[in-house]
Write a protein that binds this ligand. Structure first.
Ligand SMILES: [Ca+2]
Ligand SMILES: [Ca+2]
Length: 389
């Protein structure tokens, strides 16, 4: 800055003042301040004294006002913060300064396009938004500009855990056990929530989820949502989906042949059980009503002996693979003792003879005499009767 005062006749001396006080040493026509400071602001004037012929006369110059553009001062700094992905970030500076203030936000030292207000906001924070944010505040005064840079504010983004193991799709039969597993890394304590077809599964809060006995209704898409925590924020990452396919259970059937049979007491009949739908075709035979004995035969067959009283006997084969599957045969046991007196003799033969050649439509039909149950009384009955004598 240079102040200059016009020259006058005679011997002139000069004394500069600031705010009315003498500036020591400032006795030239010009007064310079090499590096203006805020404290230099004030009203400057120069007292000029004219000494001519032994007389002195002084004149005060017109005052000059020196304003100093001290630059903006930041009164509030932006604050660092941590947000989960999707959160809203707002950084704010407050500054004072003469003239007009303008703002320019920077991320990692690079101007942010449009970031020209005292407040800079990111409505929905994403991972790439993480970084260091600063604001340069500039004031403009009488053609001068001065800037000040705010402190740094760090934006940390909690992006959620990283899944290192994804659940694997599995296929198994009804009744099997299935376990889905995830592994994840992340800050803080990780928490887990398994979902099936997008809906939360009650109690499924571990890194593994097990179904000990799979049912057809368990089929679906399974995933795990893993949540971490960081500086008071929490963020979740969902695993990929794993499909559980449940194979329909094979239908096990048991078929006993023959379904019905008629034998005379002490006679025998061989029953067979066919099993489908399972590799284990074994059955367990038992007499479920009536009398008689069973003796093992070839695999899948049994020999029933009508060792008891005449009547009806039910023999049942139960699948060893599935105890709910069974089939039965009904055996009618007849006796040669048609009189019921405990003897097989000529009296029984007489009854048998009366029914000889009959069928159920015949007047002389006697079902008890049809010893083999085939609907007539003929030579077969005769042979069976005689065999018992
Ligand atoms: Ca008899
Ligand atoms: Ca017959």
């Amino acid at each position: 800055m240079v102040l200059r005062f016009g020259e006058r006749p005679g011997t002139l001396t000069y004394q500069w003042t600031k705010d009315g006080s003498t500036i020591v040493g400032a006795t030239s026509t010009t007064y310079s301040i090499a590096s203006g400071q805020v404290s230099d602001a004030g009203i400057y004037a120069c007292v000029v004294t004219n000494t001519l012929g032994g007389t002195a006369a002084s004149t005060n110059s017109v005052s000059a006002v020196l304003s100093v553009n001290a630059g903006p001062a930041l009164t509030s700094q932006p604050a660092s913060r941590t947000l989960a992905v999707g959160g809203a970030a707002t950084f704010t500076v407050e500054a004072t300064g003469s003239g007009t203030l303008s703002f320019q936000w920077l991320k990692n030292g690079t101007d942010i396009r449009g970031g020209t207000s005292a407040t800079f906001s990111i409505p929905s924070v994403q991972v790439p938004d993480a970084g260091i944010y600063t604001c340069v505040v500039t004031n403009s005064l009488n053609g001068t500009t001065t800037s000040a840079t705010s402190g740094s504010a760090t934006l940390t983004v909690n992006a959620g855990p990283t899944l290192t193991t994804q659940p694997v799709s599995q296929t198994l039969a009804v009744g099997g056990a299935v376990t889905f597993t995830v592994a994840a890394t992340g800050s803080g304590t990780l928490s887990y929530q398994w979902t099936k077809d997008g809906s939360s599964i009650g109690g499924a809060f571990s890194a593994t989820f097990t179904i000990s006995s799979v049912q057809p209704t368990d089929a679906g898409d399974y995933a795990c949502r893993v949540t971490n925590s960081l500086s008071g924020t929490s963020a979740a990452t969902s695993s990929s989906s794993a499909t559980l396919t449940v194979l329909a259970a094979p239908v096990i059937t048991v078929t006993v042949e023959p379904k019905t049979a008629t034998v005379v007491t002490n006679g025998q009949v061989i029953l067979r059980a066919g099993v489908t739908g399972t590799a284990n075709t074994g059955v367990t035979w038992s007499i479920t009503s009536g009398e008689g004995t069973l003796s093992a035969g070839a695999p899948g067959s049994i020999t029933y002996a009508a060792t008891g009283s005449p009547g009806t006997t039910t023999i049942t084969a139960v699948s060893q693979a599935d105890g709910t599957k069974s089939d039965s045969a009904t055996v009618t046991v007849r006796t040669r003792d048609l009189t019921g007196d405990g003897l097989i003799d000529v009296l029984d033969l007489a009854i048998f003879a009366r029914a000889w050649g009959s069928t159920p439509a015949s007047p002389n039909w006697n079902a008890a005499a049809d010893l083999n149950g085939d609907g007539n009384v003929d030579e077969t009955e005769l042979a069976l009767f005689l065999a018992g004598l």
